[in-house]
Design a protein around this ligand. Structure first.
Ligand SMILES: Cc1cc2nc3c(=O)[nH]c(=O)nc-3n(C[C@H](O)[C@H](O)[C@H](O)COP(=O)(O)OP(=O)(O)OC[C@H]3O[C@@H](n4cnc5c(N)ncnc54)[C@H](O)[C@@H]3O)c2cc1C
Length: 439
């Protein structure tokens, strides 16, 4: 059986190692950080994430969905907080059973790594940082605290996130490699709403909370211990931005003006704001994702997206399912398997990248408007009226496994038909009025 060297045991790395382990491949998984079970999890990254149908399907396929979702908290809709503190709840779907789930990154990471380690042919090596890859010999060069080592396989898979060392090696070695990294003008900072005194949730537990403020926003997802993790998405630069809001007074004033109902729930606000890092938001589009039968990219390493559709991890997990299917389809020819995986995924992750950027505008701006809420109600009414025929875009992306590009295309057609129908109804009404007046 072939030997795979995997770089990165984040969410997708652990899961992919389990899939490859199940296929009987020899797998060595190298991670630059310490074992997450020692409490050293992905510093600065989102503490919790929303997992939905695609991600859950990938966990089910390998038999770990129940274990992974044991402490997940269902979120049935968006809870919009306006500036006056008034709340508006909008369900995600007409079917109340359809929800997204808040799940802890550290716990999920541990679950996928342990799933991989159940296969005796999978070995995980923490504290090994990949510096680069010789793509012709499928050899990764790695550094530990005190030594440099190499790991050679039949193939190296880069599952090492948005700033992938494997992708950079491909970029250096492949003359026609395309690599586009685009950053939003917004960064993000995580803040905390701690649990109530009795460990209860101080806001509605089963909702994703949004404070939309046009050019920026804050969101909050619930955690099992009664706390919420809030994320402020805000401009790095500008008259009111991370750059200009530094002192405690400035931070307090900004929060009291913009998020007055949240401030009393955030006793550690000033410390969190000062101490927590400000992360950047990047979209990666690159091509190709593979080199011969030697190297392949999976997850954020191939297609990092901004987090506003809650799909980055879901898409990375879907990659694992598709790559596994392609390795089955082309058992004897790994290059064809990698090529087919790239063909099936690329247009879909490109479509997701666009959807994710579009959803930022929707979340931070449109969710606050009455027109948006009316459109969502119309969506749900049409979905109930035309079951199976009309599916809102959010539903297709979040609650089905329809390819992202197909979902985006179908939504454009549906929207076109709605606008055409509304136009025809308006024309008919005007024509009837004219006829009534004339007769
Ligand atoms: C603020 C925020 C909120 C998000 N919310 C959601 C959400 O709600 N739902 C959702 O689906 N997605 C969400 N995402 C996206 C999600 O976090 C990513 O898509 C997901 O983590 C991708 O998994 P990955 O395994 O490809 O990469 P990562 O999770 O980044 O894992 C990469 C791993 O590789 C390791 N590594 C990196 N470089 C090296 C190296 N040189 N050598 C060895 N190891 C290395 C890293 O330490 C890490 O463990 C969010 C992202 C952000 C930033």
């Amino acid at each position: 059986m072939a030997k795979f060297v995997l770089i990165g045991s984040g969410l997708a790395g652990g899961l992919l190692a389990a899939y490859l382990g199940r296929r009987g491949y020899d797998v060595d998984l190298y991670e630059r950080r310490a074992d997450p079970r020692e409490g050293n999890i992905v510093g600065g990254r989102s503490i919790n994430l929303a997992i939905s149908t695609r991600g859950i399907h990938a966990l089910e396929e390998i038999g770990i969905a129940d274990e992974a979702l044991r402490n997940a908290i269902p979120m049935r809709g968006r809870m919009i907080h306006d500036k006056s503190g008034a709340l508006h709840f909008a369900r995600y779907d007409v079917d109340p059973k359809k929800c997204i789930n808040s799940i802890g990154r550290a716990a999920l990471n541990t679950t996928v790594i342990e799933a991989a380690q159940r296969y005796s042919n999978v070995r995980v090596h923490f504290n090994h940082k990949c510096t680069d890859v010789d793509i012709d010999s499928a050899t990764a060069r790695l550094e530990t605290a005190n030594t440099a080592v190499t790991a050679q396989g039949d193939a190296v898979i880069g599952v090492d996130g948005a700033f992938s060392a494997v992708r950079i090696s491909m970029q250096h070695a492949i003359s026609k490699f395309e690599n586009d990294e685009s950053y939003l003008a917004h960064g993000y900072k995580e803040l905390t709403i701690p649990p109530g005194p009795d460990g209860s949730w101080l806001m509605e537990k089963n909702a994703l909370h949004i404070w939309p403020r046009k050019s920026f926003m804050m969101i909050a997802l619930p955690n099992p211990d009664g706390s919420f993790t809030c994320t402020l998405f805000w401009e790095f630069e500008g008259p009111r931005s991370f750059a200009t809001t530094k002192t405690n007074d400035e931070v307090r004033r900004f929060f009291e003006e913009e998020f007055p109902d949240a401030v009393p729930l955030m006793p550690g606000l000033l410390d969190d704001f000062r101490n927590n890092p400000t992360g950047s938001l990047v979209t990666i589009r690159c091509s190709p994702w593979f080199y011969q039968n030697k190297v392949c990219l999976v997850g954020d390493a191939a297609h990092a997206v901004v987090p506003f559709y809650g799909q980055g991890m879901n898409a990375a997990f879907e990659d694992c399912v598709v790559l596994d299917e392609c390795l089955e389809q082309f058992r004897e020819n790994r290059e064809l398997a990698f090529g087919e995986y790239f063909r099936r995924r690329k247009e879909n992750t490109d479509a997701l990248a666009d959807l994710a950027i579009g959803n930022f505008i929707e979340m931070r701006d449109k969710t606050a408007s009455k027109t948006f809420r009316a459109k969502k109600k119309l969506d749900h009414a049409l979905e109930a009226l035309l079951p199976g025929m009309y599916l809102p875009l959010y539903t297709m992306v979040t609650f089905t496994r329809m390819p992202y590009a197909k979902a985006a295309k179908r939504a454009r057609i549906q929207d076109g038909l709605i606008y055409l129908s509304l136009f025809l109804i308006a024309v008919l009404l005007v024509a009837s009025m004219v006829w009534l007046i004339a007769s």
